[in-house]
Write a protein that binds this ligand. Structure first.
Ligand code: IMP
Length: 462
């Protein structure tokens, strides 16, 4: 029987509680120094985190956010899908600013490889969901389908790069040809695509471990592990806003499947919630400013950041608009809310407490980090001058297919500059009241509040 030893390590799990882009990297960046390993358990390069550090600004997609701490080991678990070329690009952009992952990054043998065929297929089929077109859905689908093509298993795992790199190429080539023919995709240079894929596969091989117990051994040796969820609870493939979700399990429990660690090591769960919500891609968003009009406006490529900057040269004046859609535009522009992976405009909405309560209970969230509190001062410039919070849903008369109506509570606003505040106790009383309400409803303790984009701009519980 396996018994715990005194020096046994543990794992905490950090998740996004909304639609992604909550600012998880900021919380991870703050917490990571306390851990020995930061590990991903789901998703691929559809994730995008931007962190500002003294070493420069990083855009992370697949490398876990603990990367800037030299002592932290980085792990990409079997629940992830890996794009080899994008991973190498990310590694080299980190190296350019003096951050190396060599000897620190380990990929699970069972992580699946995103193939050229997956990216092409997502480009054709991902539009209805509004995917990032990174090939995520097709890669997970191939894993689940367990099919073979021309005698080769279609799903490719990282361990195949070690054991049979030739087979990887043959299989990926067959899959590419099949997808091109299935969707009649014109103008593809298959040779060039396969050459780039082969080189990238060769480049990531050094990071792949053959051992399925890599992380278990670390935990047994006393390592403290932080699982960093990608995307967020409302995008979970099973319990999110299906079908407008990503294709992996994003909830806290999934860390102990996709992270290659048994659940006995779990210690606590940390949630991250943004105080003005956003969503990229299609699907329900109960508290959205401007509702359907906003969803349609943000769909597609037309309304980029530069389009909005030239169309609305004075976003502050839009804050005083009586039209919630325009208030949403102003919040997006003033908050810089554009997708870090795709550049798409994010749909904006009020803080949804009803949803946070449910997600916190479903995941037993122990601690919360709230982000972008500094932006709440923008509401003092609106007609109402109050902070809108979606407190409850009105489901009376709604069917399963129709969205519930948000019951919006108008909370007292504040306009003090809080960007220099470092202790939760020093935040304005209106903000403290909001925190109290969030703690009561979620059952979680608020441990940190983001008050600006820089890494040190975090107010903590003293
Ligand atoms: P996919 O993950 O690329 O298949 O996209 C599915 C849905 O998840 C789309 O609505 C995407 O916009 C959304 N999504 C995927 N990754 C992220 C993320 O990291 N942040 C926010 N939304 C995401």
């Amino acid at each position: 029987m396996h018994t715990s030893t005194a020096q046994s390590g543990f794992a905490d799990v950090l998740i996004g509680t909304q639609f992604g882009d909550e600012g998880k990297a900021k919380a991870v960046d703050h917490l990571a120094a306390q851990y020995d390993v930061v590990a991903r358990y789901n998703g691929g390069n559809n994730a995008g985190h931007t962190i500002d550090t003294h070493k420069g600004r990083f855009a992370l997609h697949q490398v876990p956010s603990g990367v800037i701490y030299d002592h932290v080991q980085l792990y990409i678990g079997s629940g992830c899908v890996v794009n080899p070329a994008k991973l190498l690009e990310e590694i080299s952009s980190l190296e350019k600013v003096g951050v190396s992952v060599r000897g620190r990054l380990t990929i699970s043998p069972f992580a699946s490889i995103i193939q050229p065929s997956h990216i092409l297929e997502d480009g054709v089929t991902g539009g209805a969901i509004g995917t990032t077109k990174s090939g995520i859905g097709p890669a997970y689908a191939d894993r689940a389908r367990r099919t073979s093509l021309d005698g080769q298993v279609v799903n490719l795992r990282a361990v195949d790069l070690l054991n049979n790199p030739g087979r990887v190429q043959e299989s990926a080539r067959a899959s590419l040809a099949e997808v091109i023919s299935r969707y009649s995709i014109p103008g593809i240079n298959q040779e060039e695509m396969m050459r780039a894929f082969r080189e990238a596969c060769d480049g990531i091989r050094e990071f792949v471990t053959p051992s399925p117990t890599f992380l278990v051994k670390k935990a047994d040796a006393g390592s403290k592990i932080l699982f960093e969820g990608a995307q967020a609870a409302l995008l979970d493939v099973t319990s999110g806003t299906v079908p407008f979700v990503t294709s992996s399990s994003t909830v806290a429990g999934a860390a102990f499947v996709g992270g290659d660690l048994p659940p006995r090591y779990h210690r606590r769960t940390i949630g991250v919630a943004k105080l003005i919500m956003s969503r990229v891609g299609n699907g329900p968003f109960v508290s959205e400013f401007g509702g359907r009009r906003s969803e349609e406006y943000c769909d597609g490529k037309a309304h980029t950041r530069s389009y909005e900057e030239s169309t609305y040269p004075d976003p502050r004046s839009l804050l005083r608009s009586g039209d919630p859609f325009e208030v949403g535009v102003a919040l997006r522009m003033l908050g810089g809310e554009y997708g870090s992976t795709t550049g798409r405009p994010r749909r904006m909405g009020s803080f949804d407490l009803e949803s946070l309560e449910e997600i916190s209970r479903m995941n037993a969230v122990d601690a919360l980090y709230l982000t972008k509190a500094d932006l709440l001062t923008l509401f003092s410039e609106t007609l109402a001058g109050t902070i809108p919070v979606t407190s409850y849903y009105d489901r009376v008369g709604t069917s399963e297919d129709s969205a519930p109506r948000p019951i919006v509570e108008h909370r007292v606003g504040f306009n003090e500059d809080i960007t220099g505040v470092r202790s939760i106790a020093d935040l304005p009383s209106a903000m403290q009241d909001l925190i109290d309400m969030i703690e009561q409803r979620s059952g979680a303790k608020v441990e940190g509040v983001g008050v600006g984009p820089k890494r040190e701009q975090l107010a903590l519980r003293s």
